[in-house]
Design a binder for this molecule. Structure first.
Ligand code: ZN
Length: 352
C-alpha cells in the first residue's frame, strides 16, 4: 500500500489527468468517480485512498460518497428496501415484471420523493432486487437515479429461480459501479402453508453458492435469515471469512443469535425495521438493547412492515426516522447519535 497522502499532496495530480477525469454534469461526476474508486479499490495499490482525498479537496462536491464535515448529522440512508415494489404498491408504477421503461422509473421515483417521502434528510437508498423479476427495474433505477444503489441476489424462498441464466445475469450486474452488495441470500424456515416456497435443502445449496459468488466478485453480502438460526450460523462460519462485510437484514430472531453473529464476524451489521415499533415486539426490542450501536443499520425493508404510526400502509424510505426514534428510545441514547453512528456503519458496510 502507498503511504497515506495529505490533502495538499492530493491536489498535485497533473492537471491534464484531472481534466480528463472531470465530468460535465453532477450525474456523470458521481458515476465517473464511483467507477474510478471501484477500479482503484480493487487494484489494491493504495490509489483508492489517494483518489478519495482528491475527490474531496479537488472537486468540492457533496455526493453520498464523502459527506463534508458540516453536513447534517441526522441525514440517513435506507440500507434495505425494494424501490420498484414500493413504486408499484404506491400506484406510481405498473406491475411491470421487467417491462418498465427507464423514463417510467425515473418519473415514478421523482414523484415518490416529492409527494410521498418529502424528507430532505434521506441521503441515499439501497434497493435490493432478490427476485429475478425486479432486477431489471432495479438496474434502470441505479442507472438513472444518483442516490439509488443496487443489491442483487436470489432470496432463499425463491431459490428455485436460480438458473444458470440468472446467475450469469447477476454476475454481470456485479460489475455495475453502483452495485454495492450481493443479496439478499440466506435461509427462511418460517412455515407458509399453501405457498410453494423453496425447501430447506435447496435453500442451503443456493445460499452456499451465492456466498461463494459474492466472494468471487468481492462484494459485501446481505443476509436474510428467519427461524433458521443454527443452520445460518453454521453455513456462514463454514463459507465466509470472519472479516467479510455482512448486513443481516430485518432481524427478528433471538438475542443470543444476534450475539453469536456479532461475536463470530468482525464486520457484521444487524438491520432493524419498523417491526421494532410494533406493540407486540417486546422480545425484538430486547435484541435492539443487546446489539451495540456501532453494529446497527437503519433499514425499512419497504414496501413491507411500515413502522407505527403508518403500520399497514406502504412502507418507504421516508419512514426511517420512526425506526431511528425507536432505537434511541430503546437504547436510551440521543437520536442524533443513532443517526451519526448508523451513517458511519453504512459507510463501513456499503462504502456509501
Ligand atoms: Zn429479507
Amino acid at each position: 500500500m502507498l503511504p497515506a497522502l495529505t490533502s495538499s499532496e492530493g491536489t498535485c495530480l497533473p492537471s491534464n489527468t484531472a481534466r480528463k477525469l472531470m465530468p460535465t454534469t453532477d450525474r456523470d461526476l458521481t458515476a465517473t468517480w464511483k467507477y474510478t474508486l471501484h477500479t482503484l479499490y480493487h487494484s489494491g495499490t493504495g490509489l483508492f485512498e489517494f483518489c478519495l482525498i482528491l475527490r474531496r479537496d479537488f472537486f468540492h462536491t457533496s455526493s453520498v460518497y464523502d459527506r463534508s464535515d458540516d453536513s447534517d448529522m441526522t441525514s440517513y440512508v435506507d440500507t434495505h428496501c425494494n424501490i420498484p415494489n414500493i413504486l408499484t404498491k404506491l400506484n406510481l408504477l405498473g406491475n411491470s415484471n421487467g417491462t418498465t421503461t427507464q423514463t417510467e422509473i425515473i418519473e415514478a421515483f421523482a414523484k415518490m420523493k416529492q409527494d410521498v417521502i418529502k424528507d430532505k434528510k434521506l441521503e441515499a437508498i439501497v434497493s435490493v432486487a432478490s427476485d429475478s423479476e425486479s432486477q431489471l427495474d432495479t438496474m434502470h433505477l441505479i442507472d438513472n437515479v444518483s442516490e439509488a444503489f443496487g443489491v442483487f441476489g436470489i432470496h432463499p424462498l425463491y431459490a428455485q429461480q436460480m438458473t444458470e441464466e440468472v446467475v450469469e445475469r447477476m454476475e454481470s450486474y456485479m460489475k455495475h459501479p453502483k452495485t454495492v452488495a450481493w443479496g439478499e441470500i440466506g435461509l427462511d424456515y418460517h412455515p407458509f402453508p399453501g405457498y410453494n416456497y423453496a425447501a430447506p435443502d435447496l435453500q442451503k445449496e443456493t445460499f452456499i453458492r451465492q456466498m461463494s459468488l459474492a466472494i468471487k466478485h468481492e462484494k459485501p453480502i446481505v443476509i436474510h435469515t428467519r427461524e433458521a438460526e443454527a443452520d445460518t450460523l453454521d453455513l456462514m462460519k463454514k463459507h465466509l471469512p470472519r472479516d467479510w462485510p455482512l448486513h443481516v437484514h430485518c432481524f427478528t430472531d433471538s438475542p443470543q443469535f444476534a450475539r453469536d453473529l456479532i461475536a463470530e464476524f468482525d464486520n457484521l451489521f444487524i438491520g432493524f425495521t419498523g417491526v421494532i415499533t410494533f406493540k407486540n415486539s417486546t422480545d425484538l426490542r430486547k435484541v435492539v438493547e443487546v446489539v451495540p450501536l456501532d453494529r446497527l443499520l437503519l433499514e425499512t425493508d419497504g414496501p413491507f412492515m411500515a413502522p407505527i404510526p403508518h403500520r399497514g400502509k406502504v412502507c418507504h424510505p421516508g419512514h426511517v426516522p420512526f425506526i431511528a426514534d425507536q432505537i434511541a428510545k430503546t437504547k436510551q441514547v440521543p437520536v442524533d447519535l443513532v443517526y451519526s453512528t448508523c451513517r458511519a456503519n453504512t459507510k463501513r458496510m456499503y462504502r456509501l
